[in-house]
Design a binder for this molecule. Structure first.
Ligand code: CMP
Length: 484
């Protein structure tokens, strides 16, 4: 018996007390039985059978109670201890109930036979055949459920924790328990549905086992002018690092149909936790939306909508003035003239990222920097396999300048904390600015030196000397951009 929790402890104490009371009652009963019989004998006279019953029935009841308590003790020992330790999960309620019923019936018959040794049980069973038929008919449904439950257990088509789809109404949910009457599932609306075993035994059941890599399909369509190879690459990369998408199998993006007005696609991906497939489907669709948009790919809709989508795609995400405004608020661009800011604004490309998406991955090559237009991003370094935040950057901050200006790999990863729009500035646009604004390279080299110091501090390394560092950086930026 598991005696750890207070609840279990109470049950244990009650059990021991009940057993002690019944055992004591039996003890006294057997001591006083001869006396009782002596007392009854002269009074009952010719009713010897009645006298027998007066003594035997309480005895039978007390022994039956003791047998019941004994069966419970064995049941708990086997199923709570042995099952949990040897098999690692709780025994199904149905198995426990059947065990108790069979053990108790056998014990009861043995006790009965001992006390009423003159009664022929075989004959009793034969004569009660009609009674059995009556009971059988009355309990038809219950017995049907019971036997269907037994066959479900023998088959083990699913277990507690698996997701199943069952019944004509296609109830979908996580299996909470399977007992002698019904399967209890918790639907994704947090309702409980009880499907009786006999119905479940007749219907097809779809099972998503808990410890299995279950797949899902998500559909979308693109216009015929979009490149299939590019779509496959872009969508696959966007989906594979979404939460709950298994890393064990790379998602598959494939053309499902050449539709009348669009390329029809399906994404097949595998889940870590199948019970969360609704959320993960939604996240996969969201990632697809952002990825298509960032890469100039277009969702296809019926002709009328297609036309509207084209208009949206042709228009820049943000007006140029607004971009120039944003750039003018970036500290290192402060020395630029209005004209230069406008030119820079024209050279930038806008991208939108979903919350949780990675904008820059540490170690990748990079030839552009980014200004945060809306939203927030987190700069992270990986420390023994775990992401550690270094800084949070918001509107008007920039990142990605280190790789762009030094030619080295990305020093950190940058992840969107919310929906984030960034402005990408490439190598060519910066080179042009450096030529007309020599002070720009210097102020950027300061920022880089400071950030390197930040990285060193977060890695608990000695910080480099900022002045010497920025002078060295300036020289290497000039070299890298072939400036004089
Ligand atoms: P880059 O190395 O190209 O890519 C990762 C970017 O993270 C890096 O450029 C910087 O823009 C940014 N970054 C690195 N370290 C810091 C820091 N300590 N504080 C703010 N931003 C940083």
């Amino acid at each position: 018996m598991v005696v750890s929790s207070p609840n279990n402890r109470n049950r244990f104490v009650i059990f021991v007390l009940a057993t002690a009371v019944v055992a004591l009652a039996l003890f006294f009963f057997s001591r006083f039985e001869p006396g009782l019989r002596e007392y009854l004998n002269p009074r009952m006279g010719s009713h010897a059978a009645a006298e027998d019953n007066l003594v035997n029935i309480p005895k039978l009841i007390l022994w039956a109670l003791l047998a019941f308590l004994g069966v419970r003790a064995v049941n708990t020992t086997i199923f709570d201890f042995v099952f949990r330790i040897r098999r690692g999960y709780e025994a199904p309620a149905l198995v426990r109930n059947i065990f108790s019923m069979v053990a108790f019936t056998i014990l009861f018959l043995l006790i009965f036979n001992r006390i009423y040794s003159q009664v022929n049980l075989g004959a009793l069973f034969t004569t009660s055949a009609i009674f059995g038929v009556v009971i059988g008919l009355a309990l038809q449904d219950t017995l049907g459920n019971f036997f269907a439950g037994i066959s479900l257990h023998a088959d083990r088509p699913f277990q507690v924790g698996d997701v199943i789809v069952v019944g004509q109404q296609k109830y979908t949910g996580v299996v909470e328990s399977i007992n002698w009457r019904a399967i209890k599932i918790r639907t994704f609306q947090n309702h409980i549905v009880l499907v009786s075993n006999s119905i479940a035994a007749k219907e097809a059941i779809e099972v998503g086992p808990r410890d299995n890599l279950n797949a899902r399909l998500v559909f979308f369509s693109t216009v015929y002018t979009d490149s299939p190879a590019k779509t496959i690459h872009v969508v696959r990369e966007a989906v594979r690092d979404a939460d709950n998408v298994s890393e064990k199998i790379t998602p598959i993006v494939r053309i499902r149909n050449l539709g009348e007005s669009s390329l029809e696609w399906e994404i097949k991906y595998w889940l870590q936790d199948y019970a969360k497939y609704n959320d993960t489907d939604a996240l996969v669709r969201q990632r697809t939306w952002y990825a298509l948009r960032r890469n100039g790919l277009t969702f296809a809709f019926p002709t009328r909508t297609l036309h509207l989508e084209r208009k949206v795609a042709a228009r820049p995400t943000t007006a140029e003035d607004e971009i120039a405004d944003r750039l003018s608020a970036v500290d290192v661009f402060a020395p630029l003239s209005t004209d230069e800011l406008r030119q820079l604004a024209m050279a930038t490309v806008g991208h939108v990222f979903a919350p949780g998406e990675t904008l820059i991955r540490a170690g990748d090559d990079g030839s552009s920097m980014f200004v945060v237009h809306n939203g927030r991003v987190q700069v992270q370094v990986t420390d023994s396999g775990k992401a550690r935040p270094v800084a949070v950057l918001s509107e008007g901050n920039f990142f990605g300048e280190m790789a762009l200006f030094t030619g080295e790999p990305r020093t950190a990863s940058v992840v969107a904390l919310e929906e984030t729009e960034v402005l990408e500035i490439g190598h060519a646009a910066m080179k042009h600015l450096f030529e007309t604004n020599p002070s720009l390279a210097e102020s950027i080299s300061w920022t880089i030196a400071e950030r390197r110091a930040g990285l060193a501090a977060s890695a608990e390394q000695a910080a480099p000397d900022s002045i010497a560092e920025s002078a060295g950086l300036l020289a290497s930026i000039k070299r890298f951009f072939s400036l004089h």
